[in-house]
Design a protein around this ligand. Sequence first.
Ligand SMILES: *Cc1c(COP(=O)(O)O)cnc(C)c1O
Length: 403
Amino acid sequence: MGDRTVYDELGVPHVVNATGTKTRIGGSRIRPEALEAMERAANEFVKLSDLQARASQLIAEVAGSEAGYVTSGADAGLLLSGAAAIAGDDLETMAQLPDTDGVPHEIVMPRTHRTGYDHAFRAAGATIVDVGTNDRHLGTGATNVEPWEIDRAITDETAAVGYVQKPYTEPPLEVVAEIAHDHDVPVIVDAAAELPPAENLTRFVEEGADLVVFSGGKAIRGPQTTGVVAGRRDLVRSIALQNLDMHAAHDVWRLPEELVDPDEIDGVPRQGIGRSLKVGKEELAGIIVALESFLEEDYDAIREEWRRDAEHIVEAIDPIQGVDATLDGSDVSVASEIVVRVDPNVAARSATELVGALRSEIPRVFVGADRLDDDVVTINPMCLEDGDREYVVDRIESYLTQR
Ligand SMILES: *Cc1c(COP(=O)(O)O)cnc(C)c1O
């Protein structure tokens, strides 16, 4: 904790992360072996498409998909998936995106699956058509979206169906995939934060996803600017053609056959919409190694450790005046979270004031701030190292007891 970090040396306050794998504050700690691979990768040259082909093989193997691809984050994976669904193998459309004049470009999504991340689809040129309601929250038992609503929204203008995998999303992916496939339209699944468990790598492909996107910088603990896309070979081919550098002399232009068989396309594409989402050799080497390590990890043991850490934090925080700390039993987060309810009439600060104060000090302390309206802050133990836990508890106690 007291150590000077590289950020401190750069004159930038470092963050004690008590809120889990949030990209905004650096995601996760990269695995040491991935970092070592990146360092070694930085000192040699390699054809990026060869490295993508190697990654594709690994992803296909671990996800049970036909192919895979590494993108510069899950969000970039969504953009490229949207671009692939719209353009397919059509080189002219690839060259035209994000202009979608004359090309089917609607992506149908249940309304409650809309998130800020679907801007990525629109950046590829898609128009999002959302269907359904928010009726689940009325508590009448009504659903948010009925399967027929998705079915009816798919027209000749539809390029894909978008689906965001969360424990609360409905209808089930199998149902949505069946509807989409009846219309011959692919389903793109945003499962960015749905690892672990590692079984989720295969789950969504099994349930019918044509492309599924995971973040490489969250629990996989690869480089921050990586995402993993698994899915259909033809769609991955389109992603590769729209992402890899295409400035090459025609007669010597070759991509690895695992990614693109030259017979399957009409010629050399122009630089595609994904060219600005370059993935470097260092990131590629890093994510391959990180993904292999992630699969070897004993997640149950790690989760048990997080739970024990969380229990210790509850024990330390609950006695503070005006605080009620409990373990969150829900499964929205991969680790047990601590729910800290702050009574603003008893504690020296409200939950909102506490979050603001913690974020303003040096080092910055980040706790979960999604439930401030309920006077609640949350603590996630995933990214706290030994020493950090005591520090966070101490900082919270000092703000809540001293006026
Ligand atoms: C984190 C997240 C993303 C973005 O992932 P990056 O790898 O940071 O691009 C997209 N969608 C969801 C649901 C996420 O949780």
